[in-house]
Design a protein around this ligand. Structure first.
Ligand code: PLP
Length: 457
């Protein structure tokens, strides 16, 4: 088999920014060891996120010029609406300025004290919006999803036995919604199988609990189903996608992921009564229902991107490029989540930096080392992001200490990725030199975005 190539050619380029190691040591210290506080022009390869960082196609840029900026009834909205209806089969489409705005609207309506939202794994903004409403978020990831180094085909699956047990314990009437995150971003970008989607839906239906899909990476998930699940090898991606959504009562989506857009999101659903409540809130916080916090041109770019992402040449290249990096790291003995996820590489920081205890944030320490060594920016997905404190202000750590290196869509080439693997492997070879961190300032919610840390000498 020949090399799987980037299925595009480059029409417009932008520079990457070189700095020296000495400069980066200073920059990291000035940024309080928090990659979110580093200026982007001091980063060489930016793997902080795959969100809003995609390269748009010439078609999307052409769509931008055709955006209809009418306040009400914009033709761009109707194109956006029809595209989403066709892809998902969900009849009601509500645009929002990004995924978390959709979450904010949904959970302020459905949330509240003494309610539980169950999920395979809630993403950080999803969990934050649930908790802000007074409700609790409950992650019921399958056993395979808890072990980074053991490969399994669908490590994003929800544990259906645990779901039944949880419903029996808390009562279906206290569970307003089940959220299936596809792929499971916080759990390693691992896919959810069609079988699991079907089973979760069946359980939810029996108990009268609606099931929503957090659909940010629906196309990547569909491609994994095609590759790994019996009976799907010959099915076209749009058909697999349609089946996935056929089990859902609705979805939230960030168009900054699998829609190749730099901004945008939406809510989609069947329930007209819920939709009316969502639209009322939308008008207050986002905008009129035919633009919802976006410009007409954004709606065009999203509609075009949603169609482009289901192209199999693209998805094959996308999934392969992540796997390529993952395989290089495995070959060098670097502890990395296996198998490769759909949008990112996840280094197992607990294993990588086994000399640093979890309350010294090994993930964040590794993020710093990758930046200093090679100008690469990643993000911690561990106890800085998800840790809580007990009554004695002692850290309750997250289940996993990961460092996510998210690969922006259609942005970096194979030589960029080769460079990334070289840097990671060099850092691994001198890992003993890396020191733990302590927090000196933090916010009460989503602290990882703004926390300030210092090195433990
Ligand atoms: C990015 C993301 C969100 C939030 O979307 P934003 O557009 O960043 O607000 C929600 N869920 C998942 C799984 C995500 O990856």
């Amino acid at each position: 088999m020949k090399t799987i190539i980037e299925p595009f050619r480059i029409k417009s380029v932008e520079p990457v920014y070189f700095t020296t190691k000495e400069e980066r040591i200073q920059i990291l210290e000035n940024a309080f060891y928090n990659p979110f506080l580093i200026h982007a022009d001091k980063v060489l390869i930016d793997l902080l996120t795959d969100s809003g960082t995609s390269a748009m196609s010439s078609n999307q840029w052409a769509g931008i010029m055709q955006g209809d900026e009418s306040y009400a009834g914009s033709s761009s909205f109707f194109r956006f609406e029809k595209t989403i209806q066709d892809i998902t089969g969900l009849p009601i489409v509500i645009p929002t300025h990004q995924g978390r705005a959709a979450e904010k609207i949904l959970f302020s309506i459905l949330g509240g004290k003494e309610k539980y939202f169950v999920s395979n794994t809630l993403f950080d903004t999803t969990r934050a919006n649930i908790e802000y409403s007074g409700a609790a978020g409950v992650d019921l990831i399958c056993e395979a999803g808890k072990h980074p180094s053991i490969p399994a085909p669908f490590k994003g699956n929800l544990d259906t036995v645990a779901l039944l047990k949880f419903i029996a314990e808390k009562g279906a009437e206290n569970i307003p919604l089940c959220v299936l995150t596809v792929t499971n971003n916080s759990g390693g970008g691992q896919p959810v199988s069609m079988q699991n989607i079907k089973e979760v839906k069946a359980i939810c239906k029996t108990h009268g609990i609606p099931m929503f899909i957090d659909a940010c990476r629906f196309a990547e998930n569909a491609f994994f189903i095609k590759l790994r699940e019996d009976g799907y090898a010959d099915k076209p991606i749009p058909e697999i996608v349609h089946e996935m959504f056929s089990y859902a009562d609705g979805c939230t989506m960030s168009a900054k992921k699998d829609a190749f857009a730099n901004i945008g999101g939406f809510l989609a659903m069947h329930d007209e009564i819920l939709a009316q409540q969502c639209r009322n809130m939308l008008i207050m916080t986002e905008g009129f229902p035919t633009y919802g916090g976006l410009a007409g041109r954004d709606l065009e770019a999203i509609a075009i991107g949603l169609t482009e992402v289901m192209d199999e040449h693209y998805l094959q290249y996308r999934i392969r490029s992540i796997e390529y990096l993952c395989n290089k790291l495995i070959a060098a003995g670097v502890p990395v989540m296996q198998p490769a996820g759909g949008h990112a590489i996840y280094l197992d920081a607990k294993e990588f930096l086994s000399h640093i205890p979890v309350d010294e944030y090994p993930g964040q320490a590794l993020v710093g080392a990758l930046y200093v060594h090679g100008g690469i920016r990643g993000v911690e997905i561990g106890s800085l992001m998800f840790g809580k404190y007990d009554d004695h202000k002692k850290l309750i750590p997250a289940q996993l200490e990961l460092v996510r290196l998210a690969i922006p869509r259609r942005v970096y080439t194979q030589s960029h990725i080769d460079y990334v693997s070289e840097v990671i492997i060099e850092v691994f070879q001198e890992k003993e030199k890396i020191k733990g961190l302590t927090i000196i300032e933090e916010a009460p919610m989503l602290r990882h975005f703004t926390a300030k840390l210092k090195s433990i000498e």
